[in-house]
Design a protein around this ligand. Structure first.
Ligand SMILES: C[S@@+](CC[C@H](N)C(=O)[O-])C[C@H]1O[C@@H](n2cnc3c(N)ncnc32)[C@H](O)[C@@H]1O
Length: 173
């Protein structure tokens, strides 16, 4: 909510892909703020209770869910907003946790090449602060994105999580 209050991307998007959606906190926010005719596809490894007007996809987005599978569900329109709150199961070993988070982030970038609207699509993804973050940022730059790092107040200050908002068009703040 806090990030959307600043960038106001949900209401402007007609096709939203949400990753790491369970148990559905972000999905509720998306539903409240999205345009009436917007399409939402929410994906997680674990099952999510049905949500009216949201298409749910259960599986590993990185290894199991291919772009054609996404297109099969919602047509070949490009995604305007790709939200990823995916995070690995935390082991407590920060090197390992960061490496897994980086793998998820690079996996999102990889899928975004096919699924996200290349001109004006917006990507918002969770990452962990640490040395691996630079590798993700290099990936964003290589793919032509401008980015901003956001740490909303709602994210605990003791948590290493941060969010990266990226687009090829200028971000409006
Ligand atoms: C922080 S929780 C998400 C919380 C959720 N956004 C909400 O607001 O209720 C992270 C989620 O990422 C999911 N996840 C981790 N790796 C994934 C993957 N490869 N594919 C899909 N979901 C994944 C986990 O199952 C977990 O539910």
């Amino acid at each position: 909510m806090q990030i959307d209050e600043k960038y106001k991307f949900i209401a402007k998007s007609s096709y939203i892909l949400e990753l790491g959606a369970a148990p559905g906190g972000w999905t509720q926010v998306v539903k409240e703020r999205m345009a009436n005719n917007a399409k939402v596809l929410a994906c997680d490894l674990v099952e999510i209770q049905p949500i009216y007007n949201v298409t749910i996809l259960t599986g590993d987005f990185i290894t199991e869910i291919t772009p054609p599978k996404v297109e099969e569900l919602l047509g070949s329109d490009k995604v305007d907003l790709l939200l990823s709150d995916m995070a690995p199961a935390i082991s407590g070993n920060s090197i390992r946790d960061q490496a897994q988070m980086l793998e998820l982030g690079l996996g999102v970038l990889d899928k975004a090449r096919e699924l996200l609207n290349q001109d004006k699509g917006i990507l918002l993804t969770k990452m962990f602060q640490g040395s691996d973050l630079q590798e993700f940022i290099q990936g964003l730059r290589r793919d032509g994105y401008k980015h901003k790092i956001v740490k909303p107040l709602a994210s605990r200050s003791t948590s290493k999580e941060i969010y990266i908002i990226a687009s090829r068009k200028a971000l409006n703040t």
